[in-house]
Design a protein around this ligand. Structure first.
Ligand SMILES: [Zn+2]
Length: 100
């Protein structure tokens, strides 16, 4: 396992634990959709973030971590350190035109 993989893995495991706690506290089962508490993290985004983190852990286990899921190019150390669960390189994630 490379250094960035080891680093990312421990970050992702910590993140997953925190997200799972948030998910348990603010989970969708506890509130009806219209009862959104302003301070609470919206449950769907917590659940999807957990899924992203788990997907990244899976890529580390498979040895495909750090490659863009779109073009296969390297994501780059800086990007992985900033967003360990990133799956697209800057070029591929930046296709959305800026609208402001
Ligand atoms: Zn790419």
């Amino acid at each position: 396992m490379s250094r960035i993989e080891t680093e990312a893995r421990s970050l992702l495991l910590t993140r997953r634990e925190a997200l799972q706690r948030a998910h348990d506290i603010h989970g969708p089962a506890r509130y009806a959709p219209e009862e959104v508490i302003p301070e609470a993290v919206p449950a769907p985004s917590v659940a999807s973030e957990i899924a992203e983190v788990e997907a990244a852990l899976g890529r580390i286990a498979q040895g495909s971590y750090g490659s863009c899921s779109s073009c296969g190019g390297p994501l780059g150390l800086q990007r992985l350190r900033a967003i360990p669960e990133a799956r697209f390189c800057l070029g591929c994630s930046g296709h959305r035109p800026a609208d402001d």
